[in-house]
Design a protein around this ligand. Sequence first.
Ligand SMILES: Nc1ncnc2c1ncn2[C@@H]1O[C@H](COP(=O)(O)OP(=O)(O)O)[C@@H](O)[C@H]1O
Ligand SMILES: [Mg+2]
Length: 257
Amino acid sequence: MEPILSVEDLSVSFARYDRGLSRRSLSALRGLSLAVEPGQVLAVVGESGAGKSLLAHAILHILPRNAQASGTIRYGGASLTRERAEVLRGREVALIPQGVTFLDPMMKVGSQIRRGENSPDARARCRQVLERYGLGPETEELYPFQLSGGMARRVLIACAVMESPRLIIADEPTPGLDAKAAGRVLGHFRELAEQGAGVLFITHDLTLALSVADRITVLYDGQTADTVSPSQFRAGTGLTHPYTRALRQAMPENDFL
Ligand SMILES: Nc1ncnc2c1ncn2[C@@H]1O[C@H](COP(=O)(O)OP(=O)(O)O)[C@@H](O)[C@H]1O
Ligand SMILES: [Mg+2]
């Protein structure tokens, strides 16, 4: 099947000015490739600093100004240019950002989820999506500073899935959520995938990734270590990189070897 998203040979580096005059380039992602097919949840697993958020931001052309990216990103078979990404973002392509600072502090939650739309249909969908994440209709009238961390996280997810996206990029969506709320989020991703969406699920939680993903890409030090299915990972077959093998060995069911 034609992937909905493909990333080929993506590299991201930062210009760094050392003391004195020398300018060094610091590479954060190197030659990364992956593909998400419609109907699939691809988990990208890596420890903090591995480059997971950079990957999400590179796809959507929202990297910091001092970053330099190269490589090919295609969405729906065509190059995902900055112009296209701007049009698609928040509509067909939804980002669930890692930081809750992505919420607009000056706008009430309800308006943010509806993106200012006020039709009865938009209002009903907004209520539905909030309810789905265990938030009552009164949440719509709150400003972001009035939300707890876990509520803010759920609001970000509600914002992202409101428009039935074809591609969801979720950057560590579950920290701060209890097991029940996290389960609800992952269940919803699965459901969106079953309706034909592609899901890029970024997480440092290997157990969570194994429980929900069709395939897992292990990111290590800015590079793809391995891409395998959860059953391959569990069985330890097809793992080529020492980091992936060590990760598997360290799982509780493998006695933390
Ligand atoms: N704005 C920046 N300037 C310089 N280096 C950065 C910047 N943002 C990220 N990096 C570097 O890129 C690496 C990967 O960052 P990130 O993608 O946020 O990791 P994570 O996997 O935790 O999401 C970090 O270790 C950091 O060194
Ligand atoms: Mg991150």
